[in-house]
Write a protein that binds this ligand. Sequence first.
Ligand code: TXD
Length: 318
Amino acid sequence: MARNKIALVGAGNIGGTLALLAGLKELGDVVLFDIVDGIPQGKALDIAQSAPVEGFDANFSGASDYSAIAGADVVIVTAGIPRKPGMSRDDLLATNMKVMKAVGEGIKMHAPDAFVICITNPLDAMVWVLREACGLPHNKVVGMAGVLDSARFRHFLAEEMQVSVEDVSAFVLGGHGDTMVPMVRHSTVAGISLPDLVKMGWITQEKLDAIVDRTRNGGAEIVGLLKAGSAFYAPASSAIAMAESYLKDKKRVLPCAAYLSGEYGVDGFYVGVPAVIGADGIERIVELELNETEMDGFTHSVNAVRGLIDACKNLEGA
Ligand code: TXD
């Protein structure tokens, strides 16, 4: 049986890290694509030269022509510009929207059977633009944000309570941005919910509230530290977890920007919700019973996404 083929459209900070992680996990052959000629080829060759040391067998190649992604099983899209300090994710809209249209055409032409994971910001809008441009089924196009935001939440919780990250389960709902909704009630340490852990004195409510805020601002915190560019290690790990669930039919339940057609009362948008990722792509949307506070936060997040999509439509009409 031939190896899987993973196409990485955008060979920058996240793209290069995706390629290395795909190699280390031996997920399949990797094609790096970028419009800056030389970058994809150079990174592909460099990672291929790490293979003898790490012990993985896979072909790595770099290209600037979309024909190189032909027949890809998974396409992970990071093409576009990242934030600089002081920029919001929404400031990237106009530029990255044009990029998503070009990438969508390339996928439509050369990899129509792929599972497509969009990472480019502003994520909730860019995944919608990408899906419209490539025309693949909605269950085969998904956005990566929730796994990253949940990982940030889990890291801060594990650090505060001094427990293994392996035993902290948490997720966020809604958009990838300041409107995200960390689901405190559903997040646990070894099955013990956060509200119970507050009662048990493992964490104070104040500390928990501060962690929720820090999670919400997790991206901006790193942008402020790096000055040029944004986070890329954890985003890459997060997208690879989604790709692996598809390629190995693991049916993981992961928070993703998935297309809603009625769930949570939302129709026609991509919003961050828990979803099952298996060999058919997004196989199931997990529709939770939200309490009033959660629903308010979720609705606020959906409205922010709706606003971004309207901005895209206005720009399209421009
Ligand atoms: O959780 C999330 N979804 C976010 C997403 C987490 C972190 C970063 N987020 C966004 O991912 C970020 O705001 C950017 O929009 C993307 C990619 O971030 P990265 O840090 O990888 O940016 P780089 O290093 O600038 O890489 C982008 C590459 C770069 O090499 C460009 O030459 C290339 O994209 N690029 C293109 N490739 C193909 N086609 C076109 N048109 C194109 N334009 C730029």
